[in-house]
Write a protein of this length. Sequence first.
Length: 176
Amino acid sequence: MSTPKAPVPAKLVMSVFMKDKTVLESVFPRLEAVGGPVDMISPWLDFDFTDYYYREMGEPLFRRLIAFKPLMEQEALASIKLATNRIESDCLDQNNRTINIDPGYLLASRFILATGKEYSHRIYIGQKIYADLTLMYTKKGFKSLEWTYPDYSSHAVLKFLGQVRQKYLADLKAHD
């Protein structure tokens, strides 16, 4: 029989992309209200892996990844996704998003994103939200899966998440 035990806390990471970089400046305090003080932020990353969002948001699009200092309880992910959805809704322009916010969390072994879309590899976590196993960590670093979005497989994203993982492991040791 397996004995249930509490999960380790995770590192909250949000991917944000938008056409107008100033939108991030305007919502940044709200992101910190959701996740706490920022620990690490990526440089602006290219967004050239899909044109899916161009019709709604325009082009070119720009992405940043943001990691937050406080470690989070894994079960908070659904509530965090709902909070970021509210921020997106508050930033609509003629019913089109001006910013896309994808929260997730990082553990030593994996990177999970939250989504409202059900699919075979997504696990329901409550409040109409699913957890998407996006990347797994192996001895060689983060590994993409067959369903991983191409932008999350990019060298720049994997490099940044590797740095976040190192910081997370140090934070986890200090947390114990």
